[in-house]
Design a protein around this ligand. Structure first.
Ligand code: SF4
Length: 238
């Protein structure tokens, strides 16, 4: 039986499954029309490779595997950990790329990607997206592009096959992301049930406050390859 506190986990899992179904049924033709209408062209400004513009580069498991081969030290637990158990240990659904002190991606050099041919999936589909997100007024709806009018140029002629490729690749990315999230939720659920653990929001908030003040180290369990990899983080590392 699921404890009342772990109902939170159940709700998150149900939401992710609902999003997956929403993604599946979102009409490709609607998305393709938006892509065509926008006519986005990358202008190589490289702003999307900075923290200031894009909070973090989340890695699918397949991306993390590639980065582990290139440079394992380039990985860090993705921010915004989803859960914290009553012992103060955090759980997160995957890795992200580290950034340099100036906030640019660890692989960005002279406004160019050093691993372009092997860049992560999110970098390949960006700025396109297809997920539900709240806008500045709190209205949750489908979002199709990130950073609209803040980078690149618009209203270029894109042919239909180009637009269809964007739709296909973006939907594939979002699907893989949600499947990873759902697997993660199920793994946390199984781990919590087996070990008598529960998510405690108060502990989450307290530990994060202490960590930010530099008072404690934290343990973060990153979901990767169907299991959890443990990381101990010191203040300033996340
Ligand atoms: S991996 Fe390359 S494309 Fe992706 S954010 Fe870093 S520098 Fe940019």
């Amino acid at each position: 039986m699921v404890s009342v506190i772990n109902k939170y986990l159940e709700t998150e899992l149900a939401e992710a499954k609902k999003d997956l179904e929403g993604l599946r049924t979102y009409p490709d033709s609607d998305f393709a029309c938006i892509v065509k209408e926008l006519g986005f062209k990358c202008e190589l400004c490289a702003r999307c490779c900075t923290k200031e513009f894009n909070d973090h580069v989340f890695l699918l498991d397949s991306d993390a595997a590639v980065i582990k081969e290139i440079d394992p030290a380039a990985l860090e637990p993705a921010p915004y950990y989803e859960f914290c158990d009553q012992k103060g240990r955090f759980y997160v659904s995957g890795y992200a790329l580290k950034t340099k002190a100036d906030g640019s991606c660890i692989f960005l050099e002279n406004k160019r990607c050093k691993i372009y041919g092997k860049r992560p999936s999110i970098c390949r589909v960006y700025p396109y997206m297809l997920h539900k997100e709240a806008d500045e007024t709190g209205n949750v709806d489908w979002r199709q592009i990130s950073g609209l009018n803040e980078h690149g140029s618009y209203h270029s002629e894109l042919d239909d096959s180009e637009c269809e490729a964007v739709v296909r690749e973006t939907k594939a990315y979002e699907k893989a992301y949600l499947l990873q999230l759902i697997d993660f939720f199920k793994a946390v659920q199984a781990h919590f049930e087996k070990n008598g653990l529960k998510h405690v929001q108060r502990t989450y908030d307290k530990r994060i406050r202490e960590f930010r003040k530099g008072e404690v180290e934290i343990e973060v369990f990153v979901y990767y390859g169907g299991r959890f990899e443990k990381h101990t983080l010191h203040s300033g590392e996340a």
